[in-house]
Design a protein around this ligand. Structure first.
Ligand code: SAH
Length: 353
């Protein structure tokens, strides 16, 4: 049992079963033993690889999409360039390099990175040395400015709660103890307008998930985008409406039980895009496959240009990375993107109207 598993076990034996959300936030963000707070690496040598770590093309195209909306909205200056959960800082670094040639974009940008992990903040500082950047651990630090924002694999890390439909009531799935071992069981009857609504598209035994922090966060960002201008690009795995247990843990690129390796494995859940944008004051595009969006932004032309300078294993890796980001059997279909944009602004690039 990991040190963090022992702490969670002691907490449950004292106070009773805990919601999955509390388990997830402790596993990821315990001040000294949490996965994001205590571990410094992800990427090829870590537990999972994200799109910006696969290829520079991802951050470049995201940068050009943001810059295009900035131009379309009349080049507002100043504006805030925001990333939620920047990981190693790779996406922001590629984005900034790709937009260097966009006249006035860097001069107008106030860069704000929202990061809860002190360890990852350190890595971001070193990746992005040379840029003038403000770090904050929550979006309360955002200014009343036009807001151009990117979040990649951020919302999947926010704590979820799970409910199971049993005999036509919903009961919360909670983490408890059985013979001193952590186990998932059923708590009391739960009621909410959302759960009532989900009676219409579920059957007995089905599990649904909610992410209590997600919609309030998107609503705040959406308020800024709608009133001040800007664009929000949200990439993640998930679907329009969640059904079933999507809580998952990854360790060294393998799926493990979320109740094993606590603090040493990444724990995430699929993102429910409908719930994410349902109450957002800004407009939203249709949820679109990441592969389709990247193709529309011109990833193939960019890949061909980069390929000219490559040969041998580097060229093989580059071809593989392009495929991995876009192919429907790889990340192209599992990952989705949605954009938030002001009702008065031109439509963002890469989406169906
Ligand atoms: N966007 C990066 C990293 C994804 S991992 C990439 O694509 O490579 C998730 C990131 O979100 C990590 O940086 C993690 O520390 C951060 N994070 C998770 N929950 C957070 C929260 N509530 N507030 C701020 N940052 C958070």
């Amino acid at each position: 049992m990991t040190e963090l598993a022992a702490i969670i076990t002691a907490e449950i034996s004292e106070n009773g079963p805990m919601p999955i959300s509390q388990f997830m936030s402790t596993a990821l963000f315990h001040p000294t033993l949490g996965y994001y707070t205590s571990r410094t690496v992800f990427g090829h040598s870590g537990d999972f690889v994200t799109a910006p770590e696969i290829s520079q093309m991802f951050g470049e195209l995201v940068g050009l999409a943001l810059a295009q909306s900035w131009i379309d909205q009349g080049r507002p200056s100043p504006f805030q360039l925001v990333e939620l959960g920047p990981g190693r800082g790779t996406l922001m670094s590629d984005l900034l390099r790709a937009t260097k040639g966009v006249a006035g974009f860097h001069q107008a940008a106030q860069i704000i990175l929202i990061e809860a992990s002190p360890n990852l903040t350190q890595i971001q500082r070193s990746t992005l040395s040379g840029y003038d950047i403000t770090w904050a651990d929550s979006i309360h630090a955002l200014q009343e400015l036009p807001t151009f924002l990117i979040a990649n694999e951020f919302f999947d890390a926010l704590p979820i709660r799970q409910y199971q439909r049993i005999d036509d009531v919903w009961r919360e799935r909670v983490i408890g103890l059985k013979d001193d071992a952590l186990t998932i069981g059923l708590g009391g009857v739960a009621q909410s307008p959302y759960l009532l609504q989900r009676m219409s598209d579920t059957v007995d035994g089905d599990i649904v998930e909610t992410c209590p922090q997600a919609a309030p966060l998107v609503d705040q960002i959406g308020t800024l985008i709608e009133t001040k201008g800007g664009l929000g690009l949200i990439f993640d795995y998930g679907n329009w409406r969640s059904l079933g247990d999507t809580l998952q843990a990854l360790r060294a690129h393998d799926h493990v039980s979320p109740l094993d390796h606590i603090g040493h494995a990444d724990i995430t859940a699929h993102v429910d895009f409908e719930a994410l944008v349902q109450t957002c004051p800004a407009r939203h595009t249709p949820m679109t496959d990441q592969g389709v969006w990247l193709e529309r932004l011109g990833i193939t032309a960019r890949a061909q240009t980069l390929a000219r300078a490559l040969s041998g294993a580097a060229l093989e890796n580059h071809i593989h990375a392009h495929r991995r980001l876009t192919h429907p059997d790889e990340m192209g279909k599992l990952f989705k993107v949605i954009a938030l944009y002001p009702s008065t602004a031109p439509y963002p690039v890469g989406f169906d109207t």
